[in-house]
Write a protein that binds this ligand. Structure first.
Ligand SMILES: O=P(O)(O)OC[C@H]1O[C@H](OP(=O)(O)OP(=O)(O)O)[C@H](O)[C@@H]1O
Ligand code: HPA
Length: 179
């Protein structure tokens, strides 16, 4: 992988330490509540699996897949649900798990959509946040790392569907993505 990676931004130790910290906070905050953790495919997969093991209270899991027309940065901000939840979330406490919040358009749509289904609460947990790219204001309830506006891969994040399996977050060499 060395030939495609410019530099490692967050190594495995840093990621895992942060995941433990987030898991502890979530454990405290949701104690005694009916918690449903919703992973957004595909990017959240690695973070979701690690985070779940760091949460020490009963919970259920589900997944959604979304697609934005064009990229997340497209002008419309229109989002389509490709795979919906398997169950009703009425009166349940929903925690959405994401790999990265960029423009915020995906999550903005999703939070409104989930709230309209009568959830008791809807919060978001992301491992990465790129606030410089935000196009809609949004509250990030649990954030792992605030990162600069650079294209990163690994720990679930892809470039052309590659590199999701890397256990660290890295910046690709410019010649790989033509940036
Ligand atoms: O804040 P935004 O600008 O809306 O961008 C963030 C979204 O973009 C990525 O998903 P993507 O559509 O690339 O799907 P993936 O998780 O399958 O890679 C990421 O997982 C977020 O869901
Ligand atoms: O930096 C990124 N890498 C991969 N996917 C993304 N989606 C938004 N930002 C990114």
């Amino acid at each position: 992988m060395e030939h495609v990676i410019d530099r490692v931004l967050l190594d495995e130790t840093a990621l895992q330490a942060k995941v433990q910290e987030l898991g502890e906070r979530i454990t405290r905050d949701y104690e005694g509540k009916d918690l449903l953790v919703v992973g957004i495919l595909k990017g959240s997969l690695l973070f979701m699996a690690d985070l779940l093991r760091a949460i020490r209270i009963p919970l259920e899991i589900d997944f959604m897949a979304l697609s934005s027309y064009g990229s997340g940065a497209s002008t419309s901000g229109e989002v389509r649900i490709l795979k919906d939840l398997d169950q009703s979330i009425e009166n349940r406490h929903v925690l959405v798990v994401e790999d990265v919040i960029d423009t915020g358009l995906t999550l903005n749509y999703l939070m409104d959509n989930l709230k309209s289904r009568g959830a008791a609460s809807v919060k978001v947990c992301t491992i990465l946040d790129k606030p410089e790219r935000r196009r809609v204001a949004m509250t990030v309830d649990y954030n792992g790392f605030t990162i600069p506006d650079e294209f990163v891969v690994g720990y679930g994040l892809d470039y052309a569907q590659q590199y999701r399996h890397l256990p660290f977050v890295a910046v690709l060499k410019r010649e790989v993505y033509g940036g």
